[in-house]
Write a new protein. Structure first.
Length: 212
């Protein structure tokens, strides 16, 4: 590994790294610490950049009133955390294709509950099942499993999609009852606790080190 000249005046030319096994892949900027251009750069903190144009979309297929109550509570939670401006809460059935493209979207629930999520699902890197989802090669089917995911809006990449995907109404409540500003580009929840989190990989930043 070669290092450039640093501001302190010292020069580091190389570093030796020892591994118990042969590394198979090198990922540059895995922690999203370096400001480089790529498409899937959003995090939950990106909501602050344009919160006035965000829509909070709740499902109506099941437990319509309970879902709306949860969405309104989350609306207040976000307003308290930021500029006391309320992002509009809308029903999935009331969101047109033009609305999908014109706004940042905060989508709550599951594809069974929320028809907006069902419409966007084919373009998302997560497989949606009935009360389950599959993420990064692993299936999550417990009622207290949930996934936070932020991506460019599939209908308009200049806008963002913030997805709070939950296998049950209780899990959605646990995921949204508190504001967690530090969420990166994705996070796996168990109840209200974040179990895993990270950033989206960028293909050009991945180097295959596997040898024959």
């Amino acid at each position: 590994l070669n290092f450039p000249h640093n501001p302190s005046g010292a020069t580091l030319s190389a570093a030796d790294l020892d591994f118990a096994q042969q590394p198979t892949r090198l990922a540059f900027n895995a922690g999203n610490d370096v400001p480089v251009r790529h498409d899937r750069f959003h995090t939950w903190a990106s909501y602050v950049d344009d919160f006035k144009h965000a829509l909070i979309v709740h499902g109506t297929a099941r437990q319509d009133e309970a879902n709306r109550t949860l969405a309104l509570r989350f609306q207040s939670t976000l307003a308290d955390a930021y500029a006391e401006t309320l992002s509009p809460v809308v029903k999935d059935a009331e969101v047109s294709d033009a609305d999908l493209a014109a706004h940042d979207l905060i989508v709550l629930g599951s594809a069974t509950d929320n028809t907006v999520l069902a419409r966007l699902a084919p373009a998302l890197p997560v497989e949606l099942g009935k009360n389950s989802f599959r993420w990064q090669g692993r299936t999550y089917a417990a009622p207290d499993d949930g996934l936070f995911l932020v991506l460019p809006n599939p209908r308009n990449p200049a806008r963002a999609l913030y997805l709070f995907l939950a296998n049950s109404a209780l899990e959605l409540h646990d995921m949204t009852r508190n504001h967690v500003p530090s969420l990166p580009s994705w996070a796996v929840f168990k109840g209200a606790e974040v179990k895993e989190q990270g950033f989206h990989p960028v293909d050009r930043f991945l180097l295959d080190l596997a040898t024959e």
